[in-house]
Design a protein around this ligand. Structure first.
Ligand SMILES: [Zn+2]
Ligand SMILES: [Zn+2]
Length: 143
Protein backbone atom coordinates (compact mmCIF):
# COMPACT_ATOMS: atom_id res chain seq x y z
CA UNK A 1 0.00 0.00 0.00
CA UNK A 2 1.61 3.29 -1.04
CA UNK A 3 -1.37 5.40 -0.27
CA UNK A 4 -2.13 6.20 -3.88
CA UNK A 5 -5.83 5.88 -4.35
CA UNK A 6 -6.58 3.44 -7.08
CA UNK A 7 -9.46 5.58 -8.17
CA UNK A 8 -7.14 8.02 -9.98
CA UNK A 9 -7.18 5.66 -12.92
CA UNK A 10 -10.87 5.95 -13.20
CA UNK A 11 -10.92 9.41 -14.69
CA UNK A 12 -12.71 9.09 -17.95
CA UNK A 13 -10.65 10.09 -20.93
CA UNK A 14 -13.22 12.46 -22.27
CA UNK A 15 -12.44 14.63 -19.33
CA UNK A 16 -9.14 15.61 -20.84
CA UNK A 17 -10.64 16.74 -24.08
CA UNK A 18 -12.60 19.82 -23.33
CA UNK A 19 -14.58 20.66 -26.42
CA UNK A 20 -13.27 24.18 -26.89
CA UNK A 21 -14.12 24.29 -30.54
CA UNK A 22 -17.70 23.24 -30.20
CA UNK A 23 -18.31 26.17 -27.92
CA UNK A 24 -17.59 28.51 -30.81
CA UNK A 25 -19.88 26.54 -33.03
CA UNK A 26 -22.66 26.61 -30.53
CA UNK A 27 -22.35 30.37 -30.33
CA UNK A 28 -22.59 30.60 -34.07
CA UNK A 29 -25.61 28.31 -34.13
CA UNK A 30 -27.39 30.68 -31.81
CA UNK A 31 -26.72 33.43 -34.27
CA UNK A 32 -24.96 35.49 -31.66
CA UNK A 33 -21.75 36.07 -33.47
CA UNK A 34 -23.42 36.70 -36.79
CA UNK A 35 -22.51 40.33 -36.87
CA UNK A 36 -19.35 40.21 -34.83
CA UNK A 37 -17.09 39.61 -37.73
CA UNK A 38 -13.76 41.27 -37.47
CA UNK A 39 -11.91 41.86 -40.60
CA UNK A 40 -10.65 44.45 -42.94
CA UNK A 41 -12.84 47.11 -44.35
CA UNK A 42 -11.88 48.19 -47.82
CA UNK A 43 -13.79 50.99 -49.47
CA UNK A 44 -14.89 50.11 -52.96
CA UNK A 45 -14.20 53.64 -54.18
CA UNK A 46 -11.13 54.98 -52.46
CA UNK A 47 -7.94 53.45 -51.10
CA UNK A 48 -9.22 53.33 -47.54
CA UNK A 49 -8.33 50.00 -46.03
CA UNK A 50 -8.72 49.62 -42.31
CA UNK A 51 -9.21 46.95 -39.72
CA UNK A 52 -12.66 46.89 -38.14
CA UNK A 53 -13.77 45.37 -34.86
CA UNK A 54 -17.43 44.96 -35.44
CA UNK A 55 -19.97 45.04 -38.18
CA UNK A 56 -23.53 45.71 -37.24
CA UNK A 57 -25.80 48.20 -35.57
CA UNK A 58 -24.95 47.73 -31.90
CA UNK A 59 -21.28 47.53 -31.08
CA UNK A 60 -20.76 45.42 -27.94
CA UNK A 61 -18.02 47.78 -26.79
CA UNK A 62 -20.26 50.83 -26.96
CA UNK A 63 -23.66 49.74 -25.81
CA UNK A 64 -25.15 53.18 -25.74
CA UNK A 65 -24.81 53.34 -29.48
CA UNK A 66 -27.28 52.05 -31.97
CA UNK A 67 -26.71 52.67 -35.62
CA UNK A 68 -29.40 52.78 -38.24
CA UNK A 69 -27.54 50.49 -40.54
CA UNK A 70 -24.93 47.79 -40.40
CA UNK A 71 -21.73 49.75 -40.08
CA UNK A 72 -18.12 48.75 -40.05
CA UNK A 73 -17.03 49.96 -36.65
CA UNK A 74 -13.64 50.27 -35.12
CA UNK A 75 -12.81 50.93 -31.50
CA UNK A 76 -11.17 54.29 -31.36
CA UNK A 77 -7.58 53.45 -30.50
CA UNK A 78 -6.97 56.95 -29.20
CA UNK A 79 -9.78 57.21 -26.72
CA UNK A 80 -9.42 56.04 -23.13
CA UNK A 81 -10.89 52.68 -22.22
CA UNK A 82 -14.55 52.45 -21.26
CA UNK A 83 -15.37 55.65 -23.03
CA UNK A 84 -16.97 53.64 -25.75
CA UNK A 85 -15.58 55.82 -28.44
CA UNK A 86 -16.02 54.30 -31.83
CA UNK A 87 -15.14 55.17 -35.33
CA UNK A 88 -17.49 54.29 -38.09
CA UNK A 89 -15.48 53.41 -41.13
CA UNK A 90 -18.32 52.85 -43.50
CA UNK A 91 -21.13 50.54 -44.45
CA UNK A 92 -22.43 48.49 -47.31
CA UNK A 93 -24.29 50.34 -49.99
CA UNK A 94 -27.86 49.15 -49.78
CA UNK A 95 -28.12 48.91 -53.53
CA UNK A 96 -24.93 47.46 -54.93
CA UNK A 97 -23.69 46.03 -51.60
CA UNK A 98 -20.29 47.55 -52.11
CA UNK A 99 -18.51 48.49 -48.90
CA UNK A 100 -18.14 52.25 -48.89
CA UNK A 101 -16.50 54.62 -46.46
CA UNK A 102 -18.40 57.60 -45.13
CA UNK A 103 -16.52 59.90 -47.44
CA UNK A 104 -17.65 58.02 -50.52
CA UNK A 105 -21.27 57.65 -49.60
CA UNK A 106 -24.27 59.44 -48.20
CA UNK A 107 -26.88 58.25 -45.78
CA UNK A 108 -30.47 59.07 -46.46
CA UNK A 109 -32.78 56.51 -44.87
CA UNK A 110 -30.26 54.02 -46.20
CA UNK A 111 -26.67 53.95 -47.38
CA UNK A 112 -25.92 55.05 -50.91
CA UNK A 113 -22.49 54.73 -52.39
CA UNK A 114 -21.65 57.66 -54.62
CA UNK A 115 -22.42 55.70 -57.75
CA UNK A 116 -25.85 54.63 -56.53
CA UNK A 117 -26.53 58.07 -55.08
CA UNK A 118 -25.97 59.51 -58.51
CA UNK A 119 -28.14 56.85 -60.11
CA UNK A 120 -30.94 57.60 -57.66
CA UNK A 121 -30.41 61.32 -57.44
CA UNK A 122 -33.98 62.07 -58.52
CA UNK A 123 -35.31 60.07 -55.56
CA UNK A 124 -33.16 62.00 -53.13
CA UNK A 125 -33.94 65.37 -51.63
CA UNK A 126 -32.64 68.45 -53.40
CA UNK A 127 -30.47 69.49 -50.49
CA UNK A 128 -28.39 66.38 -51.02
CA UNK A 129 -27.82 66.90 -54.71
CA UNK A 130 -24.84 69.16 -54.25
CA UNK A 131 -23.21 66.65 -51.98
CA UNK A 132 -23.87 63.80 -54.38
CA UNK A 133 -22.40 65.76 -57.24
CA UNK A 134 -19.42 66.66 -55.10
CA UNK A 135 -18.90 63.01 -54.28
CA UNK A 136 -18.79 61.99 -57.89
CA UNK A 137 -16.52 64.91 -58.69
CA UNK A 138 -14.05 63.57 -56.15
CA UNK A 139 -13.74 60.44 -58.14
CA UNK A 140 -11.82 62.27 -60.82
CA UNK A 141 -9.41 63.77 -58.36
CA UNK A 142 -8.55 60.54 -56.59
CA UNK A 143 -6.16 58.88 -58.97
ZN1 LIG B 1 -14.05 55.68 -49.69
ZN1 LIG C 1 -23.91 51.38 -54.51
Amino acid sequence: MEGVPGSSKMQPEIFHKKPEESREERKRAKGESKSETRGTFACGFCPLNEHFDYKGTKPPFARQLLYLEDCYIMKDPFSPLNQGETLVLGADCSFCKTAVCLGCSIFYTKRFCKKCALAHIKDLPKQLHKKIIDLSKDEKDVT
